[in-house]
Design a protein around this ligand. Structure first.
Ligand code: IPE
Ligand code: MG
Length: 213
């Protein structure tokens, strides 16, 4: 979900406003999950490298998360959205961990998954999964995959990066092995359900060969 800062800068607004508008883009997409029939949408909300940002911005992002869970959890429950968190979220602030645990419990029976990557880094996830597989004495692609945070999610089909950047930035590295990728110039706060529908149309036209021919 990249481009909040540039969205704000273009309008001479504080970065925090860009992040707020970014949350609104998330809300619009969550509301569109059901009509679009998506099984799972994973959002890269906070990377393990985002701690390098100024304290004030990290605080803004954490406070936005608190606010969003509080305001939107009832709607998640009502709409049958199942929350899933990937990344090292247990080491976030204790009040956020408690809120997330409550949100996970309340949405456990949801039908469509909204996975949120929090304090997430793909390399770290792979290292953790490989170490777990090794501790069980069996290191294979399958056993590592089974220890990833995403083990209970469907395979990654389409990865979209917004804001014109063309890199993965440590997101779902293992899972992206055969994912289709789409890089769009749209800044995240401008990302609408229609952009996602367009992306799905694009995805539907791709021919996936998984190394075959
Ligand atoms: C992404 O927007 C938001 C998070 C990292 C949570 P940025 O803050 O990276 O926006 P740009 O890249 O400065 O435009
Ligand atoms: Mg950025």
């Amino acid at each position: 979900m990249d481009g909040n800062g540039r969205w704000a800068k273009k309008r001479a607004l504080p970065r925090a406003v860009g992040h707020q508008r970014g949350v609104e883009a998330v809300r619009r997409l969550v509301r569109a999950l059901e009509p679009m029939g998506l099984e799972c949408l994973t959002l890269y909300a906070f990377s393990s490298e985002n701690w390098k940002r100024p304290d004030e911005e990290v605080d803004d992002l954490m406070n936005l998360m608190r606010k969003f869970i509080k305001s939107d959890l009832p709607e998640f429950v009502e709409k049958g959205v199942k929350l899933k968190i990937i990344g090292d979220w247990q080491s976030l602030a204790p009040d956020i961990v408690a809120m997330l645990e409550d949100a996970l419990a309340q949405t456990a029976n949801g039908r469509q998954t909204l996975a949120v990557a929090l304090n997430y880094g793909g390399q770290h996830e792979i290292a953790r999964a490989a170490a777990k597989a090794a501790s069980k004495g069996d290191v294979t692609i399958e056993t590592i995959t089974a220890e990833l945070d995403t083990a209970d999610l469907p395979p990654l089909d389409l990865l979209i990066r917004t804001s014109g950047e063309v890199r993965l930035s440590n997101f779902l590295l293992w899972q992206a092995a055969y994912a289709e990728m789409l890089f769009v110039d749209t800044l995240w706060p401008d990302f609408e359900p229609a952009h996602l529908e367009q992306a799905l149309d694009d995805f539907a036209r791709r021919e996936r060969r998984y190394g075959g021919r």
